[in-house]
Design a protein around this ligand. Structure first.
Ligand code: SF4
Ligand code: SF4
Length: 363
């Protein structure tokens, strides 16, 4: 695998106009000690990235539209040759914002939608009117010819909604729908008992496989469900057919399940470079080091690329090179990012040694 930065999420503010139950950055209305960086610093960061690579850069937050200069950042990134995108909760989107998005060269926008009704979505997002905000934003994007993706996060609280949210995302005219089972970080840690069980996770990924096989109007993908790559191979073999997978032009191409620190990373508002949005361990800080230095030399990124040193079932798994397990879940649940993915049910063909000296066999 060639470890090139293909996709960078950039937290341009920690401030947010919502207070979602699963927020990875525990964002709220004020920046609480994590102020926005200046426009001058933003330009310096863009130049630093561009001097090394040409990734997709997703302006993210918090809520990026709360930054007054967000479109100047987008326009500058576009000007120097980066493909700029944006992730928003949709609440502030209107005709003027759509025009600014287009003028600044934003290529695609992602919207968050966690329920097919106002009741479910607003409960998840802790804000009445949030659902209406997403519907309005989707309609503005359609009217203005702006491509958008719908990202949906699920816990036990809304897992029954999955097929309905998929249908709604399609009917809204989205280019893609990405289903995501939350990783317990940020405020997500307060809802450990709401995490979908690994047995249900397996069933949901199998549902997704059946759906994806026949879905030909828009793109679908479970996000950060690396073991879906195992399920695709297992099911295709079992059903005696090869599934054709399509990929979005602004994605990383879907070469492997978990690509944190391998093809993607996140830069937070304080300049920390993290493996992904859900993995809160810095590989370095771009206020003190170049992006190139962090990407190529950080011990954390080197570890994460060293697949043969992964532990437990992942380390012994025949699907390791296509999956890799979620390193953020391993870190948050086991305290060691090299440990096995805690939400995978697979028992590898090779026997696996357990911590207490026993062995797990695939019967
Ligand atoms: S570690 Fe990998 S699978 Fe887990 S949340 Fe990050 S990118 Fe997704
Ligand atoms: S054991 Fe690990 S590498 Fe294997 S399929 Fe499960 S998560 Fe992926």
């Amino acid at each position: 695998m060639d470890f090139q930065p293909k996709w960078i999420a950039w937290e341009v503010t920690r401030r947010c106009n919502l207070k979602c139950v699963h927020c990875r950055s525990s964002s709220e209305a004020t920046s609480k000690g994590h102020p926005d960086f200046s426009f001058k610093e933003g330009k310096r960061i863009i130049d630093d990235i561009r001097s090394y690579a040409t990734p997709v850069v997703v302006l993210s937050g918090g809520e990026p539209l709360l930054r007054k200069d967000v479109f100047q950042l987008a326009a500058y990134g576009t000007e120097v040759g980066l493909r700029m995108c944006m992730a928003t909760n949709g609440m502030l989107v209107n005709e003027k914002i759509c025009k600014q998005m287009k003028d600044s060269g934003i290529k695609i926008v992602s919207l968050s939608l966690d329920g097919s009704t106002a009741e479910v979505h607003d409960n998840f997002r802790h804000q009445s009117g949030a659902f209406e905000g997403v519907m309005r934003a989707a309609s503005h994007f359609m009217d203005n010819g702006i491509e958008f993706i719908i990202n949906s996060s699920f816990t036990r609280r809304n897992q029954e909604e999955i097929p309905h949210v998929y249908e709604l995302a399609k009917s809204l005219g989205a280019t893609a729908w990405y289903m995501f089972m939350i990783v317990p970080t940020g405020r997500g840690q307060d809802i450990m008992d709401e995490l979908i069980t690994k047995e249900d996770y397996e069933k949901i990924l199998n549902w997704h496989y059946d759906m994806e096989k026949t879905e030909d109007t828009f793109l679908v993908r479970p996000t950060c469900a690396p073991h879906y790559y195992r399920i695709v191979l297992q099911r295709a073999k079992q059903d005696g057919e090869k599934m054709k997978r399509r990929s979005l032009k602004f994605s990383t191409g879907g070469s492997k399940g978990c690509i944190a620190g391998q093809l993607i990373c996140l830069i937070d508002v304080d300049g920390n470079v993290l493996p992904c949005s859900y993995f809160h361990l810095p590989a370095g800080n771009i206020r003190h080091q170049s992006f190139k230095d962090i990407w190529e030399n950080s011990a954390l990124f080197k570890d994460m690329r060293d697949f043969k040193n992964y532990k437990g079932r992942c380390g012994n798994c025949e699907y390791l090179n296509v999956c890799g397990g979620c390193r953020a879940r391993a870190y948050s649940m086991c305290g060691n990012y090299m440990e096995e993915e805690p939400f995978c049910s697979h028992i590898p063909v090779k026997p696996v040694k357990t911590h207490d000296g026993g062995t797990i066999h695939n019967e």
